[in-house]
Design a binder for this molecule. Structure first.
Ligand code: KG4
Ligand code: ZN
Length: 346
């Protein structure tokens, strides 16, 4: 265990995130104060392909990573000598993309003689709530909904997680992206479905709400996605015009009902007092409103990061890295990218 003598409020962590298509670096102080949060989004490069192309993502990370790290230090008014540790996402994610961030972090840690802390991407998403809500402390329940993950997590303590439910197939964000493509909204689909849904009737088409797993905390979205595709096909066969706003709103409502339903079952059964959401899909305006309402009805305190901290960023990685760092967790120079890293494993 490494003894930390410095005042914890003054500890500065440089965070690096490259697990998917955002090249990001950030500096935070005292765990929760964001001094800089630089995000280079590659989204325009991938849009023409209708999704993230791993090879292109890795190459672009290589192009951008040094510039993004320099900018994060500059806008935090910091130099490497002011930094106490480097935290980096080492999984899960795209292996080639993760490797760029891991190699960068190792090089900086070695060159500047700084401790290195490998961070789990989902732990980062959950930690975005600590930045957004300075008074939030574990325990709480957190629903992590992103393009790659749908996890209902019992956050027992800092770095201590129990996964209550997970998706059996598609992640929630993946379902948003696939349905958006099917109704011709393009990529990335989530924000577009969110927007167009406001003009549609969520009760116009009934799509299924899957109930899976023993305790009912697990999720399945592939049946819902197929139901939407079948609906679109049958309209086409009958020569009926599709109302895209109605399809989007009805699909989105089915996702929201399942996410809120399973989460609130867990809140009720475990007697949780605090509930949080995280991940890219957590920036969905209708989902935020539905959780707000469900938590208010139960007298449960509700936490949610602003959209910029929901989608991939490095401030959340630096925050998660801070709590690992003060516990004494350190990674070696043999730190490697682990594309299927499980939450709670090191
Ligand atoms: O957390 P994130 O940036 O990356 C991953 O770790 O996957 O999440 C990206 C996902 C995409 O599937 C995107 O469509 C979805 O989050 N998303 C949304 C919204 N904004 C982003 N889904 C629904 N509504 C939104 N407003
Ligand atoms: Zn993510």
């Amino acid at each position: 265990m490494c003894e930390i003598t410095k005042n914890k409020e003054e500890i500065r962590i440089l965070g690096i995130e490259t697990s998917c298509d955002e090249t990001a670096a950030a500096v935070i102080r005292g765990g929760r104060e964001v001094l800089s949060n630089v995000i280079y989004s590659q989204i325009d490069l991938h849009t023409i392909y209708g999704g993230v192309v791993p090879e292109i993502a890795s190459r672009k990370h290589i192009d951008k990573i040094n510039q993004v790290v320099e900018e994060a230090l500059r806008s935090a008014n910091a130099e490497l000598k002011d930094i106490d540790a480097v935290a980096v996402t080492y999984g899960p994610g795209l292996v080639g993309a993760l490797l760029v961030g891991v190699a960068e972090a190792k090089a900086i840690a070695f060159g500047a003689n700084l401790p290195l802390v490998g961070v789990h991407h989902i732990e980062g998403h959950i930690s975005a709530n600590y930045i957004a809500s300075p008074t939030l402390e574990p325990p709480f329940l957190c629903l992590v909904v992103s393009g790659g993950h749908t996890h209902l997590v019992n956050v027992k303590d800092y770095g201590e997680y129990e996964i209550l439910g997970r998706t059996f197939d598609d992640a929630a964000g993946e379902a948003f992206d696939k349905v958006a493509r099917a109704i011709g909204l393009g990529y990335p689909g989530g924000p577009k479905v969110d927007k167009i849904s406001s003009e549609g009737n969520p009760e116009s088409i009934h799509f299924p709400r899957a109930k899976v797993g023993e305790e009912g905390y697990d999720f399945s979205f592939s049946g819902l996605k197929s139901a939407v595709l079948n609906y679109l096909n049958s309209c086409e066969m009958k020569g009926e015009e599709i109302n895209r706003a109605d399809v989007a709103a009805s699909f989105q409502q089915a996702v929201i009902d399942v996410l809120v339903g399973n989460s609130m079952d867990a809140v009720d059964r475990l007697g949780a007092k605090k509930f949080a959401i995280a991940g890219g899909v957590a920036s969905n305006s209708h989902l935020r409103a539905a959780f707000e309402e469900a938590c208010r009805a139960r007298g449960v305190e509700f936490f949610l990061p602003p959209p910029v901290l929901c989608t991939d960023n490095a401030a959340m990685i630096a925050c998660a890295g801070y709590y690992e760092f003060i516990k004494g967790v350190r990674s070696g120079y043999d730190l490697n990218a682990v594309p299927n890293l499980r939450l709670g494993e090191r």
